[in-house]
Design a protein around this ligand. Structure first.
Ligand SMILES: Cc1cc2nc3c(=O)[nH]c(=O)nc-3n(C[C@H](O)[C@H](O)[C@H](O)COP(=O)(O)OP(=O)(O)OC[C@H]3O[C@@H](n4cnc5c(N)ncnc54)[C@H](O)[C@@H]3O)c2cc1C
Length: 377
């Protein structure tokens, strides 16, 4: 049985690591000639870190990043609207939530591959599903595989070629991400703060001794230069202008926010979708990569035990409802976090503050709890 993973993002790499660990041979094909980190930093929540624990990588990843003790939603002046004490979950799940530079994480995962399975510069340009799945690469190479796992992101060519038409949604929000060379005041060292202003948001978190990962979202498609960005966030706490101004131009970039409207099924014959290819979500809950990492764990377990039809059906029934729920919750969170009307903003902040802590904990636990793989195997 020969297996191809298309795409060496966080989802594809984690799947390859699990399959290797389970002794299942796999080849992974990536279009880029070098692995470029998509984005600047990333938060790996407790669910992702529990999965990395299964791979024996939890301690190393925690040490490469910055473990967090709280995630705060605040006003633009840094007044707390909601504080999530992540230490509660550290105890419950025996894992931290970690902020890390994407490049560092991806390089680490690649270095952990045991076999020579990663093929760079292999862009898939055509695909035909069949008893033997035919994959055509841009360098003229054509190969067949028994199983294809499409981990090729939101615009997945495999999904577009082999599945019925899917809908990419655009919430009309643009995102800036960057890495700033600055040291935050001590009190922010283990916190992620996301500030909600008028029609915009700004988040920042320490990822290494003197680096801060930040993201800024605003409700439009306008291209902004660094100076526009500084002007746009001038009403925010001064920490924002400090973080933006200490960011070199080549360490900041703008991208559109998109998601994939939940699709009816993640597999067809011997072809299966994983990560953003299956369930790309808006970044509002910081769960896109975490969900891809959960997928990797489950799909590889089932592939190692069953024929593809059973493996994929078990994978979908264990994973799809949760991933779809996150896509949906994240979409709704995106609209309430960037409300412009001052009255509705005040009401929203009041309502969020009034949510009992117990309820918040229960909701987060639902997301961080991994599926009970071994009872469902
Ligand atoms: C602003 C923002 C912030 C985010 N923050 C977080 C966060 O804090 N925590 C979190 O968990 N998630 C976060 N996410 C989501 C996260 O980035 C994605 O969900 C995650 O990267 C998806 O991983 P993936 O491996 O499925 O896909 P991708 O990362 O998109 O990787 C797909 C890979 O496939 C390759 N590829 C594509 N097409 C082809 C082809 N034709 N042939 C060969 N290779 C191909 C690509 O080059 C790429 O390497 C954020 C997203 C955004 C936009």
């Amino acid at each position: 049985m020969n297996i191809a993973i298309i795409g060496a993002g966080i989802g594809g790499l984690t799947t390859a690591l699990f399959l290797e660990k389970l002794g299942v041979p796999v080849q992974i094909f990536e279009q880029s000639s070098v692995i470029k980190p998509i984005g600047a930093g990333i938060i790996l929540a407790h669910n992702a870190m529990q999965v990395f624990d299964e791979l024996g990588l939890k301690e190393s990843i925690t040490n490469l990043g910055n473990p967090l003790t709280s995630i705060n939603i605040t006003t633009e002046k840094l007044e707390i609207i909601k504080k999530i004490d992540t230490q509660h979950f550290d105890k419950k799940f025996d894992a931290n939530s970690v902020a890390i530079q994407r490049g560092v994480l991806q390089e680490f995962l690649i270095n952990k591959l045991q076999t020579n399975c990663l093929h760079l510069n292999k862009k898939v340009i055509d695909f035909k599903m069949g008893i033997k799945n035919e994959v055509v690469f841009s360098d003229g190479d054509e190969r067949t595989f028994d199983i294809v796992i499409a981990a090729d992101g939101i615009h997945s060519i495999i999904r577009n070629k082999a599945f019925s038409k899917s809908i990419i949604r655009n919430p009309n929000q643009t995102c800036w991400r960057g890495i700033s060379n600055t040291m935050l005041p001590m009190k922010f060292h283990t916190e992620l703060n996301e500030m909600w202003g008028e029609g915009s948001r700004f988040g920042f978190v320490k990822i290494s001794r003197d680096e801060v990962y930040w993201y800024a979202l605003h409700s439009s498609h306008k291209r902004l230069e660094k100076s526009d960005l500084l002007a746009h966030f001038e009403d925010y706490d001064p920490i924002v202008s400090n973080v933006i101004s200490k960011t070199e131009l080549d360490k900041m970039f703008q991208s559109e926010i998109l998601d994939l409207k939940p699709i009816p099924s993640w597999f067809k014959n011997n072809v299966c979708l994983l990560g953003d290819a299956a369930h790309a979500t808006t970044p509002n809950m910081g769960q896109g990569a975490c969900q891809a990492i959960e997928d990797a764990h489950i799909i590889s377990h089932y592939i190692s035990k069953y024929d593809p039809a059973i493996a994929f059906s078990k994978y979908e029934s264990l994973r799809k409802a949760k991933a779809d729920m996150i896509v949906d919750m994240s979409w709704r969170l995106g609209s309430i976090s960037q409300i412009q009307n001052p009255f509705f903003r005040a009401f929203r902040n009041f309502a969020i503050r009034a949510i009992p802590r117990k309820y918040n904990i229960k909701q987060s636990e639902k997301i961080y709890q991994l599926a009970e793989l071994y009872n469902n195997s």
